[in-house]
Design a protein around this ligand. Structure first.
Ligand code: PLP
Length: 437
């Protein structure tokens, strides 16, 4: 008989040595395996994963086709650095990924190991190409943990505290999130007001011809799953084009089919100059890329932006298999179809329960606000109770900004699992409503 594993015992040793900065504290479970939209802990408890490992397993956990590709590649060649030589899967992936990017004309890319370093790359290429230093990003943005990426982010005090000075030349403008909307304000009025706020720095202290790039999440992830109004996006895009400023999108969280399209910027009919992609690119193996117009991506000499393991054979084989799965299993269509069911469910719950505020759902990509019915403001305590009860009932969900339920299940979630999820929410919502939590 093998020694019985136990989440608590394993965690006691692990947390004793793990930096407090390394994890957001949730539940005391240790995950042993995953399959599709389910994960199983070392004690045998099974959960529906509504987080998809932070939107990094859009194809589900340990998809057999991807496992096979990884195993076969690992048996052939685990690593050779693309900084010196291409490997077969890397050579195949580069043109396939470039062709998927929503950028016309000649496109080039550079590999990375994480979404963070891909966003650092955007800053580097944009500065090099334009010869300008300043970068405009948005409140509520999360672009990553490296110095460049955290410098353009604005969502977490703890991530920015004590480490300054951050990268100079970054200006943050307000993201047009629904909480900024004044009561009775029409969409056009809202867009005009937010665009005026966007232009304000340019009119007072920031010469537009000294700005290299505008970097935006077309749909903010950690900011609360918020889609900028299309008219706003078009205005800032046109402003960028009129002033020789590059337009870059961060697709790390929202790309790879999450919102029902390959890339979230496709919802806006806008063609970016640069984009970053990561997370689900290799179904959670460490692979990212910055993809952009050829002349921008070739504005640095050679070699100028490489990492030893970035674009390695195993991760690129996993990415090829990931793209196969998204195409063969029609995961974009699936995201749209199942996302519509989720929207319908949460909107019907919203009618029943006055503590459910705004419901946002773009494919299988949702943010559901939990509010205090008395004040209409976010209710972090109720949200915490709710997500813990959902966990007890067998599903993993986390919150964003304290009071937004983050609904991002793997795109392979079955309808039966989705219905089970709705039953779990029915129970948790009802218990919260009755004051039982
Ligand atoms: N960009 C976005 C939009 C993200 O959501 C994240 C991570 O959550 C990142 C970048 C950073 O990616 P990584 O954690 O792989 O460095």
């Amino acid at each position: 008989m093998g020694q019985q594993k136990n989440s608590q015992q394993l965690l006691a040793k692990e947390t004793a040595v793990l930096s407090k900065a390394a994890r957001v504290k949730y539940y005391d479970i240790v995950i042993e395996s995953g399959s599709g939209a389910e994960i199983t802990d070392v004690d045998g408890n099974v959960y529906i994963d509504l987080l998809a490992s932070a939107s990094s397993t859009n194809t589900g956990h340990s998809h057999p086709h991807i496992v096979q590709a990884i195993q076969e590649q690992a048996a052939k060649l685990i690593q050779y650095t693309p900084a010196y030589f291409a490997s077969a899967p890397e050579a195949e992936l580069a043109p396939r990924l470039a062709a998927l990017a929503p950028i016309s004309g000649d496109v080039a890319l550079a590999w990375g190991n994480s979404g963070s370093d891909a966003n650092d790359a955007i800053i580097k290429f944009a500065r090099a190409y334009t010869g300008r230093q300043n970068i405009v990003s948005f409140t509520g943005a999360y672009h990553g943990s490296t110095y460049g990426a955290i410098s353009v982010s604005a969502v977490s005090l703890n991530m920015s505290r004590k480490i300054g000075p951050l990268l100079p030349g970054v200006v943050k403008v307000p993201y047009p999130d629904p909480w900024q909307r004044l009561s009775g304000e029409s969409n056009d009025e809202f867009v005009d007001r937010m665009f005026a706020a966007f232009k304000q720095p340019f009119e007072t202290y920031l010469p537009a011809d000294e700005v290299a790039v505008i970097l935006i999440e077309p749909i903010q992830g950690d900011g609360g799953i918020i889609k900028a109004p299309t008219a706003y996006m078009k205005k800032i895009y046109n402003f960028a084009k009129a002033n020789g400023i590059l337009f870059a999108v961060d697709e790390v969280n929202q790309g790879m089919g999450r919102t029902g399209k390959w890339w979230s910027i496709e919802h806006f009919g806008i063609e970016p100059d640069l984009m970053s992609v990561g997370k689900s690119l290799a179904s959670g193996l460490p692979l990212s890329a910055v993809i952009g117009k050829d002349e921008i991506m070739n504005s640095l000499g050679s070699p100028a932006h490489t990492f030893t393991t970035a674009g390695n054979p195993v991760t690129t084989a996993a990415a090829l298999a990931t793209i196969d799965v998204i195409e063969d299993e029609h995961l974009l269509e699936r995201s749209v179809k199942l996302g519509a069911l989720a929207k319908e469910y949460f909107e019907s719950a919203q009618k029943k329960y006055n503590f459910i505020g705004d419901v946002r759902m773009y494919g299988l990509d949702g943010g559901i606000d939990i509010i205090s019915p008395e004040t209409g403001k976010g209710d972090d305590e109720a949200t915490t109770k709710l997500i813990y009860r959902v966990f007890e009932l067998g599903a993993i969900i986390i919150s964003l900004r304290g009071n937004v339920l983050r609904f991002q299940p793997p795109l392979v979630i079955t309808e039966a699992q989705l219905n089970k999820t709705f039953h779990i929410f029915d129970q948790a919502f009802e218990e919260l409503y009755q004051g039982k939590l």
